[in-house]
Design a protein. Sequence first.
Length: 82
Amino acid sequence: MGKKQLLPNSSIAGQFREMAKKEYNREGTLEIDDGAAVSFANDGGAYVAAWVWVYGDVCHFCGRVFRNDGAGSGKCEDCANR
């Protein structure tokens, strides 16, 4: 699968970005920038770079990243149970 990077201002790259935005873009969850990288494949498609939002925080006690919906205590589950 011979992939090649397209220039951000390429009209083909722009068309793939717009297709990706229409099908996958979800504000605050998965977003595609106007100048997102596009890697075109010769077999009929392209990869379009996207941002994926991940809820998380850094534990104030051990420094590990843990899932947090914004209502946490700043402690991971292990530290909270100590």
